[in-house]
Design a protein around this ligand. Structure first.
Ligand SMILES: NC(=O)c1ccc[n+]([C@@H]2O[C@H](COP(=O)([O-])OP(=O)(O)OC[C@H]3O[C@@H](n4cnc5c(N)ncnc54)[C@H](OP(=O)(O)O)[C@@H]3O)[C@@H](O)[C@H]2O)c1
Length: 270
């Protein structure tokens, strides 16, 4: 009897782990529950945001996406709102549900230029896309986030906000502003049960990084720059975003998590 039940449990666990590996979800993610949670992903049509949408859909969350275009791979259950954050109007009041348990702002740019060629327009565009856009979306979602009783906001910065890299002045300035806005918001919203955290990735293989990873030589050079020996893939970042959205991180707020293959903190070639 004892041996039979042990065998049944082992077979169940084995199948469970196999399924997690098959759909490419890190095992620890399987412990997180998003069932009946309403989560908004701004910029969920591509790259990191799209990976977050897929992960949350697999975990039976109700997913809301705002972006300029739709992705064909979304589940038909995804609720979509067309939005260009450059118009600075946030989300329309009737799009969001009564309660919003999570918000991910995965919109951004990688416009690299020598400082001598950076224009005022470049600086303003990057700021609007990364900072003002996020602020307007959070502001128009605030009521629904507060209604949830416990909610999590995740913003995306960049390794370049705090690690000096040539040609990054405009994007570094905006991403540093994202981090500054996040800690202030985390303080202001903690009393409402809303956590605010930031993920700071290094170079990750998504459409905005295509120019930087567009040849075998560029990929090899990028891999060598990272102590872990490779550049990132969207699931490296989406797994951490999912953790920050989940109840498992309920005591983490006002933090910036570097997800960068060790680039920002390690020197392995001494
Ligand atoms: N990939 C990297 O190497 C890397 C490194 C560091 C930080 N990051 C940050 O990671 C985040 C996600 O980037 P990603 O790599 O996933 O890029 P991506 O594949 O280009 O995705 C960007 C998303 O933002 C949306 N978006 C862009 N402009 C928009 C606008 N004006 N209004 C509304 N939505 C807009 C896009 O959707 P539509 O085109 O449909 O609007 C898309 O869904 C960004 O904050 C980026 O700065 C990326």
């Amino acid at each position: 009897m004892y041996i039979t039940s042990t065998l049944v449990i082992l077979v169940y666990l084995h199948t469970f782990i196999d399924e997690c590996l098959y759909i490419n979800i890190p095992i620890h993610c399987c412990l997180m529950s998003f069932k009946e949670k309403n989560i908004l992903v701004v910029g969920g049509s591509s790259g990191i945001g799209l990976d977050v949408v897929q992960l949350l859909t697999e975990k039976e969350s109700s997913v809301y996406v705002a972006s300029r275009t739709r992705a064909e791979s979304w589940s038909p259950l995804v609720k979509y709102q067309e939005l260009d954050v450059m118009e600075n109007r946030g989300l329309p009041g009737d799009f969001l549900p009564e309660q919003l348990h999570g918000l991910v702002y995965s919109v951004g740019s990688i416009n690299l230029k020598p400082f001598s060629r950076v224009t005022e327009e470049d600086l303003i565009q990057d700021f609007r896309l990364n900072v003002t856009g996020a602020a307007m979306v959070i502001q128009t979602s605030l009521k629904a986030l507060r209604n949830a009783g416990s909610a999590s906001v995740v913003l995306i910065s960049s390794v370049a906000a705090r690690t000096g890299m040539g040609f990054h002045t405009s994007i570094s300035a905006s991403k540093a502003a994202v981090e500054g806005m996040a800690v202030s918001l985390a303080a202001e919203l903690a009393g409402y049960g809303i956590r605010v955290n930031v993920v700071a990735p290094s170079l990750t293989d998504t459409p905005i990084a295509a120019k930087l990873l567009g040849s075998a030589e560029k990929r090899e050079a990028a891999a060598k720059r990272h102590p872990i020996g490779r550049s990132g893939v969207p699931s490296d970042i989406s797994a951490v975003i999912a953790f920050l959205l989940s109840e498992e991180s309920s005591w983490i707020t006002g933090q910036v998590l570097n997800v960068d293959g060790g680039l920002s903190s390690l020197r392995t070639n001494l």
